[in-house]
Design a protein around this ligand. Structure first.
Ligand SMILES: [Zn+2]
Length: 94
């Protein structure tokens, strides 16, 4: 029996933002992002306020703030367009 319970974080989270890599401290102003395919196989980017359960789900990206969220969104949009171009034979038309 002990009176003192140390609050040890179950997992350390690091920001997924490009050129960031900040470790999550006690700040709650973090965000969770993840992408998935909807029923028509369209890639969808999700953004949610920090939640421990969301943060540990497969494919979750941990984001320290708005700036990194925007970079990741931009990266996601780039990937989506790159995949589309690849599918249509490397050429984007109208
Ligand atoms: Zn960051």
């Amino acid at each position: 029996m002990t009176d003192k319970i140390l609050q040890v974080p179950s997992a350390l989270h690091r920001c997924a933002g490009p050129n960031c890599g900040v470790m999550k401290g006690i700040s709650d102003r973090w965000w969770v992002m993840w992408s998935s395919l909807d029923e028509r196989k369209i890639p969808v980017m999700h953004l949610a306020q920090w939640d421990e359960q969301l943060a540990v789900q497969e494919g979750a990206l941990h984001v320290c703030g708005e700036g990194c969220a925007q970079k990741l969104q931009s990266q996601f949009m780039g990937n989506v367009l790159a995949n589309r171009w690849r599918k249509s034979g490397g050429r984007a038309s109208g």
